[in-house]
Design a binder for this molecule. Structure first.
Ligand code: AMP
Ligand code: ZN
Ligand code: FE
Ligand code: FE
Length: 283
């Protein structure tokens, strides 16, 4: 019987450290029954992943994680079950461009702060094979001795609001959700605790998102303790949203996190599949 569906993970096509084949093999080893690869702003790793999951007899569905414009925290929107050759493929090229324009700006800020590095150095130090993002810059800052650790790099310089932080997201939540829907997919807020909203503000935001078409909330996530899980489970029920879960595995970029962590229940995927079927028919 299938019991675990880990629906949130990254490879070196974005800021994870494993390639899709290695990721699939690790999922198998960890006793995960189904996976969704949700790289940031790209779907290029999916084909290789599916080749290996097919070989291993694992279930896989297409996924992606988009960053939407948001305040005060971050709003990441997971897309599932879309046609990866649909409109999303072309549009994600624009998302990639925003990412590429941002890195030199972050490096410019760091230089002003007395920590010069080139993009080539960042890429070499972090052994980035896919897109470069803040985790790679954090690794390089630590390797060059500008900070003691990866965490310190984020906390002092790279986290939202810090001195070298440069925003990336150019797309609204509505645009992200529409893009996923137009490609036949289903849209879920990743780690909703990271929106950094509470009480009435949180309810209002979830209600607004549901109104503009959001399909679900990620309930099981390493950032959610049982109390937080209960909170989002309740909100999902109240607004007719699906619930999902995942480990947000990044390999060595988040060493504390295991693939399959939290053992997200397979039943989440069964419900998600029903919704995907309806969505595919609608588009
Ligand atoms: P980017 O897509 O370049 O903005 O980088 C986002 C990634 O940075 C996330 O997926 C996390 O892996 C990592 N990250 C963001 N904030 C922090 C933080 N405060 N500490 C450590 N890692 C972080
Ligand atoms: Zn990431
Ligand atoms: Fe995220
Ligand atoms: Fe993620």
């Amino acid at each position: 019987m299938k019991t675990v569906a880990d629906l949130h993970m990254h490879t070196n096509h974005s800021d994870g450290t494993l390639n899709p084949t290695e990721l699939a093999r690790l999922a198998k080893a960890q006793g995960v029954d189904a996976v969704a690869l949700t790289d940031h702003d790209t779907v290029t790793g999916i084909e290789e992943l599916v080749e290996e999951t097919n070989r291993l007899g694992l279930e896989a569905i297409p996924g992606v994680e988009l960053s939407a414009k948001f305040f005060p925290g971050t709003l990441h929107i997971l897309g599932y079950g879309f046609d990866s050759r649909g409109p999303i493929r072309e549009k994600l090229v624009e998302f990639q461009k925003a990412r590429e324009e941002r890195n030199p700006k972050i490096l410019e800020r760091l230089k002003e702060l007395g920590m010069p590095m080139t993009l080539e150095e960042v890429s070499e130090i972090s052994k980035a094979r896919g897109q470069i993002g803040r985790p790679h810059i954090a690794e390089a800052l630590a390797a060059k001795g500008y900070v003691k650790s990866y965490e310190e790099a984020f906390n002092r310089y790279l986290t939202k609001g810090a001195s070298a932080y440069v925003p990336k997201a150019n797309w609204s939540a509505q645009e992200c959700i529409d893009l996923i829907h137009e490609s036949g997919g289903v849209a879920v807020v990743a780690h909703p605790v990271q929106m950094k909203l509470q009480g009435l503000d949180l309810r209002k935001k979830v209600s607004e998102l549901a109104e503009i078409g959001l399909d679900g909330l990620e309930v099981v996530h390493p950032d959610h303790n049982s109390e937080v899980q209960e909170l989002f489970n309740g909100l999902a029920g109240e607004f007719g949203l699906l619930t999902t879960g995942g480990s947000d595995f990044h390999g060595d970029h988040k060493p504390g996190i295991q693939l399959g962590q939290g053992r997200p229940p397979y039943v989440f995927l069964e419900k998600l599949r029903e919704r995907i079927k309806r969505q595919r028919k609608a588009y």
